[in-house]
Design a protein around this ligand. Sequence first.
Ligand SMILES: Nc1ncnc2c1ncn2[C@@H]1O[C@H](COP(=O)(O)OP(=O)(O)O)[C@@H](O)[C@H]1O
Ligand SMILES: [Mg+2]
Length: 271
Amino acid sequence: MACVSTTIAFANQKGGVAKTTSVASVGAALIEAGQRVLLVDMDPQGSLTFSLGIDPEDVETSIAEVLLGKAPVTDAIVISDEGLNLVPATIGLAAAEESLVSMTGREQRLRVSLAKVADDYDWILIDCPPALGVLTVGSLSAADEVIVPLQAETLSHRGVGQLLDTIHDVRQFINPDLEIRGVLATMYDGRTAHARAVLAAIEETYGLTVLEPPIPKTIRFAEAPAIGRTILSTAKSHKGAEAYRQIAQVLIASLKPAKKNPAKRKPVKTK
Ligand SMILES: Nc1ncnc2c1ncn2[C@@H]1O[C@H](COP(=O)(O)OP(=O)(O)O)[C@@H](O)[C@H]1O
Ligand SMILES: [Mg+2]
């Protein structure tokens, strides 16, 4: 996809693996590094929206209206206290998903909508729901890359095969350029040899890259969303925040030179 921004879907049909936390934290880390970032909440539960301090009740235009073709994506963008640009989700996305199933171009709608703001951002990060339905397929269809957040525990990779099958289908039929950036190990307890072994097994079984560094397990991640912020601002120098900064640097370092220094950068909306 020849546009300025790089779009990454954070996908895993398993819930509670830190998809939402990773989207918010990588997003905040990229902003800190001077990048222009748009986050997209594709989960009807609206956890990303909520965790960034935006009350779904106050949202007038959400991702649902965008997907249904009722509003352009620019109408839906809101700014969090931390300065993150977000396309929010509300519970209305659940109904929209049901309607979408029988609508023309259902899997292309997010891609087509986001293309309109692709030049305004360096990164677009999509928070997928914990399912492999039309919302996740639509997210994968809109993405250049996918990152799979995963908790490094024994049974954590049950389901990875199924996700890879879905990615394979999306590549074959919709988005041939979709790349898997890798697995992001979350809630990682580095003190156990077990966690390391699980990651090695995932690398070997599925041929997936495990991104470095893993994100350490810490209660600080549960605290931040309660006040609508990310760990990047609530516990600035904590090793959890530092790990997400390093992941952001890995992403930035992989940009092609033309993308690293876009000649004309449009300013991002700020409060
Ligand atoms: N590194 C971490 N250490 C400890 N808890 C974490 C970590 N990352 C996320 N969490 C917590 O785990 C729970 C699930 O995370 P979440 O990002 O909502 O997962 P998902 O979006 O995959 O369902 C949340 O309560 C979150 O605060
Ligand atoms: Mg989530």
